[in-house]
Write a new protein. Structure first.
Length: 351
C-alpha cells in the first residue's frame, strides 16, 4: 500500500502516484455542463457509478474502478469504525461523527459531549482551528471577539468520535492520527471490507486524519451497504443516525442535510474535491468523483441518477434546479452532461 502526503499525490511523478490518474481522456465521462445564454460555458468530467436496488451495476460512466481519495464522503465509514471499536455513539452524536458540520452552536455542544465522555477537552482534537462555515455564526463570533477554534472546524465531530474510540480501548490519544495507530488500521480495514476493494493509497486529509483511497464503485457499494444492513447492526446505526438527524451531518442550508430532509430514506454525504455518495433506503446507490474538484453539480447529478433508478426524488426541489445568473436573473443552468443524459435516456427506454 503506497503512502504519500496529499501534496505529493498531485506533484509526484512516481509510478504509484501516476497510476491513480487516468491515462486518457477517454476514461472520463462528461458528467455536468454549465449553460449560459444557450452556450455551454464549462464542462465537468469524472467517473460515476450507479447501482440498482439489487446491487448490480446500472451505470459505469468513465471508469468506476478508478481509485480516488474520497475525502469527507468516507466519514460514515470512519464513524462506523469508531462504533466497531466500542465508541458509545448514537443519535445526534453519531450523525455528527459521520458528518461535516457547519460549526453552529448545537454542533459544538454535540462535539463537547463526545469529548466529555472520553475524559478529554478540545485541546485533544487534532483537527486545525477554523471559523464555522455557517455565516451567521461566524459573523457573531467575530463581533464577540472570539477566534478560530478546533471545535468549530467541520471535522471536529469525526475527531471527537475517534478520541472516544481510543478512550474506550485504552489506546493512545496523542497519536490517534498516525496511520499505523490501531484505530486508523481499523478504519482502513472497515473501508476495505464495506467497499469491497483494497486500499491503494494513504494520504492525509485536510483535517489531518489519514485518508484511505477506494474506488468510485466502492463508494457506491459502501453507501448501499449502510442503508441495506439489518436493523441494529453498526452499519445501519450509522445510516439511521444520519438520516434521523441530518442537521448534524451538515447544518442549515447544507446540501447533504437538505437532501436527507427533503427526500425520505436517502443517505447523502459529499466531500471536498467533487466527491459524493448517495443511497436510497431501497438499495439504489450512486457515487462520483469530479476530476476538476468542483462540487457544484454533484448533488444535482446524484439525485437525477437516483431518480432514473426509480427513487422518488420529486421533493428535492431547488437541489436539482441550479440556475446560472446574469444580472441577477436566470440566464442558464447547471445540468447533467452528455454521458449522464444519454444514460438516463437509455435507462428510460429500457424501463
Amino acid at each position: 500500500m503506497a503512502t504519500l502526503p496529499s501534496s505529493d499525490l498531485a506533484a509526484s511523478s512516481a509510478p504509484a502516484a501516476a497510476s491513480s490518474v487516468p491515462a486518457a481522456a477517454s476514461e472520463l465521462a462528461e458528467l455536468a455542463v454549465i449553460v449560459r445564454s444557450g452556450v455551454i460555458e464549462s464542462r465537468h468530467f469524472g467517473w460515476l457509478v450507479a447501482l440498482d436496488a439489487d446491487g448490480t451495476v446500472a451505470a459505469d460512466l468513465g471508469r468506476g474502478s478508478t481509485q480516488v481519495l474520497p475525502r469527507s464522503t468516507t466519514k460514515p465509514l470512519q464513524a462506523l469504525a469508531c462504533v466497531l471499536a466500542g465508541a458509545d455513539l448514537s443519535g445526534e452524536e453519531l450523525a455528527i461523527a459521520a458528518g461535516s458540520h457547519t460549526g453552529e452552536d448545537a454542533h459544538v455542544d454535540a462535539v463537547r459531549r463526545i469529548l466529555d465522555r472520553a475524559g478529554l477537552d478540545e485541546s485533544a482534537l487534532g483537527c486545525p482551528v477554523d471559523w464555522p462555515e455557517d455565516e451567521p455564526t461566524r459573523e457573531r463570533l467575530i463581533r464577540d471577539g472570539e477566534t478560530r477554534s478546533r471545535v468549530r472546524m467541520n471535522c471536529s465531530g469525526k475527531h471527537a468520535a475517534m478520541l472516544l474510540a481510543c478512550a474506550a480501548n485504552g489506546w493512545d490519544t496523542a497519536t490517534y492520527l498516525d496511520p499505523e495507530h490501531p484505530l486508523q488500521q481499523l478504519v482502513r480495514q472497515t473501508v476495505e471490507r464495506v467497499a469491497g476493494t483494497a486500499v491503494e493509497y494513504t494520504a492525509i486529509d485536510g483535517c489531518g486524519a489519514p485518508l484511505f483511497s477506494t474506488t468510485v464503485e466502492g463508494l457506491a457499494r459502501s453507501f448501499r451497504a449502510l442503508v441495506t444492513a439489518p436493523e441494529g447492526t453498526p452499519e445501519r446505526l450509522v445510516a439511521d443516525a444520519m438520516r434521523a438527524h441530518p442537521f448534524f451531518v451538515g447544518g442549515d442550508n447544507h446540501a447533504n442535510s437538505d437532501t436527507m430532509t427533503r427526500v425520505p430514506g436517502v443517505l447523502a454525504k459529499g466531500g471536498a474535491e467533487g466527491v459524493i455518495g448517495m443511497a436510497a433506503a431501497t438499495g439504489q446507490a450512486v457515487a462520483m468523483k469530479i476530476v476538476d474538484g468542483n462540487p457544484r453539480a454533484t448533488t444535482l447529478l446524484a439525485l437525477e441518477v437516483l431518480g432514473a433508478l426509480g427513487v422518488d426524488v420529486a421533493a428535492a426541489g431547488s437541489l436539482v434546479e441550479l440556475p446560472v445568473l446574469g444580472g441577477g436573473v436566470p440566464v442558464g443552468e447547471i445540468a447533467a452532461g452528455a454521458d449522464v443524459t444519454a444514460w438516463i435516456a437509455a435507462r428510460g427506454d429500457v424501463q
